[in-house]
Ligand binder design. Sequence first.
Ligand code: B12
Ligand code: SF4
Length: 502
Amino acid sequence: MVLLFNPRAVGQGSPNYRIPNSILQIAASIHGCHDYHIVDGNRERDSWSQIKQSLESGSIKYFGVTVMPGPQLKEAIPISKQVKALFPEIIIIWGGYFASNQSEVILSSGYVDFCINGPGDHAFPTLIQCLEQKESFHQIHNLIYKDEKRQIIKTPKENLPDQDKLPDLPYRTLDKFYSIEGYLKRTHLGERTAAYHSSLGCPFKCSFCAVVPIYEARWRGKSAEKIYRDLKFLKEEYGADAVEFHDNNFFVSEQRTVDFCDLIKPEKMHWWGEGRIDTIDRYSDTSLENMRESGCKMIFFGAESGNDDLLANMDKGGRQSGQQILKFARRISRFEIIPEYSFVLGLPANDASEVKRNVQKEIDFIYRVKEANPKTEIIIYVYSPVPTKESALYKQISNAGFKFPQNLDDWLTPAWENFDLRKNPLTPWLTPSIVNLIQDFETVIHSYYPTSTDLRLTRHQRKIMRFVSSWRFRSRVFALPYELKLLQKFWLKYRQPEWEGF
Ligand code: B12
Ligand code: SF4
């Protein structure tokens, strides 16, 4: 029997968790072949007691954990360690973004036996089969492990599987452990918002992005018909009335998007997804109209920077440029789709004064974006490296002295946790004054333009936020905005997409 664990990814008591698609897709890969039990840390007060109880039944042979950087490590690390200490015969397998990108430090910990590198749909069942039959692992794709000589072996990557041929997600089985209704959230999109993942990977190679080392510019999506069938099921069976697409890049194929819009339109479900400005700017006006009519309310875009040199330095690829970012903000406003632009500030440069100048230029640019389309939602991240090893950016940050932790437990220190949340300047090129500038600016702009996705803010509260912050926003005085921080933290409990995910 297999125990599948989704470590807590949101704060205790936070309602921001979603259907655990990563672990659910892994469950699908063994459904009907192996019995499994699911523990979702987002739905548990005490995950360890659930896990221990399940392990004490004596029937569990494999413990599979999905891990992304950040808060999930707080359960993934100590619980895996405890499982190995108390039940050394149980095989521990980690998958997900952290497992794929940090496999060396994970396998060196001594308590994780295998990492899955990218999609686990075939790798996971094949690994179990090989372990059961005591066969060698070398023919399993997407696997990272230590051989008898304690050498790390990375097996070749498989082609991305045909997404329509993957087994259906076992929602009904998940529902036996945790009610699906409990995962359908009240958001700005609807009363019962589902989370759905319709494609794997991304065809681009931005050098700061965690998707690139895993998918190497490959992308494969489910067909519009398959997406529609699944959403219709979630609607009819559990009452879903809106959907967030969690794909890295939902909009790669215009045809697929248009086909999906045609199918979903009669269902009257609002939806949201992530895309690229240059990709969607190539869409025709008719497609954009179709998207809005079908319920697309907002799209998240990695704008990253208004500076063309920095975009080139990030290998942003495609045709994205500062001018296009502004032009597109104007264009999409005609279709009443809200663009959510995320910017990455604090990239390395020759010296601190150049880093600061670049940050200042980004701030000026964000003002121009707001002039072009005031409804644009602005998300600000402090640059935290996950670069592809061969990229110029990786060489630059290594030369500047940046190093990831050399020990798995070190990822649990508060400094690295904040780094994962893209809030911490553990990077040597960021001085405290630059980080303050970024964070203070963020406080001011979010007060002047509170996000429309926060359902807790009343109109009255929004007006007060805007009024109190207007002198700072207009005169561009960002330093020490304590009055705004206080309002955001204690009174309005302002929702921050940067920290909270969705
Ligand atoms: C949903 C989601 C969340 C949810 C929680 C998810 C959960 N597990 O409960 C929430 C919203 C809470 C969240 C939070 C964060 N997230 Co998040 N999240 C995602 C998102 C959008 C979808 C994940 C998903 O469901 N994928 C669908 C499944 C099917 O794909 P998959 O996970 O890749 O799974 C496949 C393989 O990886 C593998 N696999 C995965 N797990 C396992 C386990 C086993 C045992 C095996 C064998 C295989 C395996 O097999 C699967 C099937 O092929 C991803 C981006 C993405 N598109 O994947 C980001 C992503 C994982 N998140 C990311 C980050 C950084 C965060 C944050 C830590 C920071 C932030 N600012 O966003 C926050 C934390 C905030 C907080 N305060 O807690 C990054 C990770 C980047 C990196 N450096 O590695 C990603 C990649 C987004 C991005 N492009 O930057 N997130
Ligand atoms: S377009 Fe987005 S998902 Fe794709 S590589 Fe660039 S940042 Fe990553």
